[in-house]
Ligand binder design. Structure first.
Ligand code: ADP
Ligand code: NI
Length: 214
């Protein structure tokens, strides 16, 4: 029964995210699902809740679907169609609300399940995949790659973070390098260590090439 819901959720997001190129897509949700499953098993969290939330976490994202964001209509409609009980629906919606990155207004999810999904979502924003997603997002939102005259703004709250028109390289300093210290689980902290190194090596090389030094 639970396995069937998970399989249906995978089919649902596959059609939901068709034609989506902003870095929030079907494959992002699948990577978060896989990582969150590993974390949930290590942390003895409820695997079903973690998997379902990971799969549904972006279907009411404020950038893709501002009109359903607050009430989570898409996620709720899917779960109701699966005849899931009210408690499960509430639990999944609460975690979706808790996990999103909101600059200095970000919160630590209350449950173990929420901590696993938040870590998995954030791990997918760093490392090699994180680099690729940041540039895909930047192009999709018509942001320039880099401008040495525009400096990163640190300590942004949610309002500033959402409205910032910074460059994609600045995004690494404004968000991506903060994520390692915000990981909840020890397993995610270890993975984040390796992924952060990949980003710093990449940027070191990027600046050298920018200045024609190699
Ligand atoms: P979350 O998934 O936690 O809600 P966001 O929606 O802010 O986080 O980010 C989703 C993806 O888009 C991440 O990979 C993130 O790095 C990328 N992204 C968000 N804002 C920017 C930006 N200003 N420049 C480049 N990439 C961005
Ligand atoms: Ni996400």
């Amino acid at each position: 029964m639970e396995q069937e819901v998970i399989e249906k959720a995978i089919q649902y997001i596959k059609s939901f995210f068709a034609d989506e190129y902003s870095g929030h897509d079907y494959w992002h949700s699948m990577r978060v699902y896989n990582l969150a499953t590993q974390l949930a098993k290590k942390e003895n969290a409820d695997v079903f809740i973690v998997q379902l939330t990971a799969l549904l976490h972006d279907v009411d994202d404020i950038k893709l679907s501002p009109e359903t964001h607050k009430s989570k209509d898409n996620a709720v409609a899917f779960m109701e169609k699966m005849s899931l009980d009210k408690k499960t629906i509430r639990q999944v919606c609460q975690i979706i609300d808790e996990i999103s990155y909101k600059g200095s207004d970000s919160i630590v999810p209350a449950s173990k399940e929420g901590k696993c999904v938040q870590d998995a979502d954030r791990l997918d924003a760093i490392g090699a995949i994180g680099i690729a997603r940041a540039f895909a997002y930047g192009g999709n939102h018509k942001r320039i790659m880099y401008d040495p005259n525009i400096k990163p703004i640190e300590d942004m709250n949610y309002e500033k973070y959402r409205n910032s028109k910074s460059t994609t390289v600045n995004h690494f300093y404004e968000k991506l390098f903060n994520l390692k210290n915000l990981m909840n689980t020890n397993t995610a902290k270890k993975i984040a260590d390796k992924r952060e190194k990949i980003m710093s090596d990449f940027l070191e090389e990027f600046f050298l090439e920018w200045e024609g030094k190699i």
